[in-house]
Design a binder for this molecule. Structure first.
Ligand SMILES: Cc1ncc(COP(=O)(O)O)c(C=O)c1O
Length: 486
C-alpha cells in the first residue's frame, strides 16, 4: 500500500536526480503524475530525459510499484513520456496532442483523467512491428525513382493495391488511374471542394451536425455551405432536393457524430438526386471497416462511381499521425482533382505510400483491422453494459459501428451541466451543441454528448467507462443557462 506522506518533498532516484516537488498525501498516483507533468511543462525535465524504472522509483518513494506503473501509463497515453523496450522510459519529444480538432485546447488540461472526446483511435495499438517490417521491405525493394518527384495521384503500386482492396472490402468500383492518394480525409475534402469550385459547383450540402473542422475546410475552398438535417435514416434527401445544392457531402456508413447509417431507400434517393442534378456526392467512409452487429454497409460509391467521390483514410484503422488517405474520383472530375492535389503539395510522401503498399500486400493490414474490430467491439460492449445498468435513461446511438457514440440525455438535463458534472470526475466529453457540431441557428434540440471509447489506455478503460456512467446516473446540479435546453 502507498504510504501517506507529509507534503511537499523532493525525491531522487537511482542515477537520475529529478528534483520534483511531490505531494503524496492523499492520491499518490495523481500526485506523481501531476509533479511529472509540471516538471516537463516547466522544462526542468527536457525532451529525452530518461526516467527511473518503475521499480527504482517506487523504492525511492516507498510507494507501490503498481502506482508508478499506472502513472507512467497515464503519462504515456497523454503523450508526455514514451516507453521503449530495452531503453526504458523517457520524456517525449512532442508533448501531448490536442484531444480534438473540433475544439483543440491551446493548453494541456491536467484535470482530465479520462479523455473521451472524439479524435484519435487507440494509438497504443498501432502495429509497430508490422509497419517496421513493411517499411524495411518497401525500402529494399523500391526503385530509385521512388525517391523522386512523382505522379500527383500517388505511388502506382499503392493505387493498384487499393483498387483491389477497396473493391473487396467496401464494394468500391474504381481502377488505379482514378485513385488519388491524399494526406487524409481532410486533404481529400479540401482538394475535392476546390475542384468543385473550379468547375463552378459552388453549393455544398453538409450534414448537420458534423465536424466543424470539415465545414471550415469546405468554406475555405470557396463553397457556400447548405446545412441539412439528419434523422434516424441518415441525411434528409428531400431537404437536399429543396435547397438546391450542387454537391453533397455525407458519411453513409456511419454519420458523425450521430452514428446513424444511411438507409437503403435514402441511398437510392440521394443518387437519383445526384444524377438528376448532374451533381456530386462526397462520401466520407472514415470508419466503414468497424461494424460490429451486422454485415458492413458497402460504400455508396459502388452504386454510382460517376457521381460519387469516395474518400477513405487510415486515421481510424492505423493512426491519424500517418496522414494517409485516398480518393476514388469520377472520371469527369479527375483532372480538376489531380490539379488541386498538385497545387496543394505535389504528392503524398512516397515513403509512407510504399510502406502502406507492403502492409496491404502482405495481409498485415487485414489482420490488423480484424484484430481492432474485436478490440473495439469489446470496449463497445463494456460501455453499453455500464450505461444500461447505471444510466438506463440515457439513449445510446451509433453503437453498431465505429468507436464513438451519441448520448441523448433525458428531458430537462442541460448539456453544459452534464459536461461539468463529468469534468468533476476527471472525464472530458463533447457537448453536441456546446462544442459546435451544429451549423444551423440555435434552436431547442435534445441535449446530447459525443463520447469516444477508443482512447483510454486499456488498463484504465473500465474505470473510465464506469466513471462516465456514474456521472450520468442522476440529473446534474443546475449551473445556469444551457446551450441546449431540452
Ligand atoms: C467524420 C470524420 N471523417 C473523417 C475523419 C478522418 O479525417 P483525417 O483522415 O483527415 O484524419 C474523421 C476523423 O476524426 C472524422 O471524424
Amino acid at each position: 500500500m502507498p504510504r501517506a506522506r507529509s507534503s511537499p518533498e523532493t525525491w531522487t532516484s537511482s542515477g537520475v536526480d529529478l528534483h520534483l516537488s511531490l505531494d503524496l498525501t492523499t492520491r499518490p498516483r495523481h500526485g506523481l503524475e501531476e509533479s511529472l507533468r509540471e516538471a516537463i511543462r516547466a522544462g526542468r525535465l527536457p525532451v529525452g530525459t530518461r526516467l527511473p524504472s518503475s521499480r527504482a522509483l517506487a523504492a525511492d518513494l516507498e510507494i507501490a510499484r503498481g502506482t508508478v506503473v499506472e502513472a507512467y501509463a497515464q503519462l504515456t497515453a497523454e503523450g508526455w513520456i514514451v516507453s521503449r523496450p530495452r531503453s526504458g522510459t523517457a520524456v517525449a519529444g512532442a508533448g501531448p496532442t490536442p484531444a480534438s480538432r473540433a475544439s483543440a485546447p491551446s493548453h494541456v488540461d491536467t484535470s482530465v483523467t479520462f479523455d473521451l472526446r472524439p479524435a484519435d483511435c487507440d494509438l497504443s495499438t498501432f502495429p509497430r512491428s508490422a509497419w517496421a517490417a513493411a517499411s524495411r521491405r518497401a525500402l529494399s525493394r523500391a526503385p530509385n525513382h521512388a525517391f523522386g518527384y512523382g505522379d500527383p495521384r500517388g505511388w502506382i503500386e499503392l493505387r493498384q493495391e487499393l483498387s483491389a482492396y477497396l473493391g473487396r472490402t467496401r464494394g468500391v468500383r474504381t481502377d488505379p488511374d482514378h485513385i488519388v492518394i491524399t494526406t487524409g480525409f481532410a486533404q481529400g475534402l479540401g482538394i475535392t471542394a476546390r475542384a468543385l469550385a473550379a468547375i463552378g459547383s459552388l453549393r455544398l450540402a453538409m450534414e448537420d451536425p458534423c465536424l466543424p473542422y470539415h465545414r471550415n475546410i469546405a468554406r475555405s475552398a470557396g463553397l457556400r455551405l447548405v446545412p441539412v438535417e439528419v434523422d434516424a435514416d441518415g441525411v434528409d434527401v428531400a431537404a437536399i432536393r429543396r435547397r438546391r445544392p450542387t454537391a453533397a457531402m455525407v458519411a453513409p456508413a456511419r454519420q458523425f457524430p450521430l452514428g446513424v447509417c444511411l438507409s437503403p431507400p435514402r441511398r437510392t434517393e440521394l443518387l437519383a438526386w445526384a444524377r438528376a442534378r448532374d451533381g456530386y456526392v462526397i462520401e466520407d467512409d472514415y470508419d466503414g471497416e468497424f461494424r460490429y452487429d451486422r454485415q458492413p454497409a458497402g460504400a455508396l460509391q459502388g452504386m454510382d462511381p460517376e457521381h460519387v467521390v469516395y474518400t477513405g483514410t487510415t486515421s481510424k484503422t492505423l493512426a491519424p499521425g500517418l496522414r494517409l488517405g485516398w480518393l476514388a474520383v469520377p472520371h469527369r472530375l479527375l483532372d480538376a482533382v489531380i490539379n488541386e492535389k498538385h497545387l496543394a503539395d505535389g504528392q503524398t510522401t512516397t515513403l509512407t505510400q510504399i510502406a502502406m503498399t507492403e502492409l496491404i500486400r502482405s495481409g498485415a493490414y487485414d489482420r490488423h483491422i480484424r484484430r481492432m474490430r474485436l478490440h473495439y467491439r469489446r470496449r463497445r460492449d463494456i460501455l453499453r453494459h455500464e450505461l444500461a445498468s447505471r444510466a438506463p435513461h440515457v439513449r445510446v446511438d451509433g453503437i453498431a459501428a465505429g468507436f464513438s457514440v451519441a448520448l441523448t440525455l433525458p428531458d430537462g438535463w442541460a448539456e453544459r451541466d452534464v459536461v461539468a458534472e463529468a469534468a468533476k470526475r476527471g472525464i472530458a466529453v463533447h457537448a453536441m451543441t456546446g462544442d459546435g457540431y451544429y451549423a444551423g441557428a440555435a434552436q431547442a434540440r435534445p441535449a446530447r454528448l459525443v463520447v469516444s471509447y477508443a482512447t483510454p489506455p486499456e488498463h484504465a478503460y473500465r474505470d473510465a467507462v464506469t466513471a462516465l456512467a456514474e456521472s450520468l446516473a442522476a440529473p446534474p446540479p443546475r449551473g445556469g443557462d444551457s446551450s441546449s435546453p431540452a
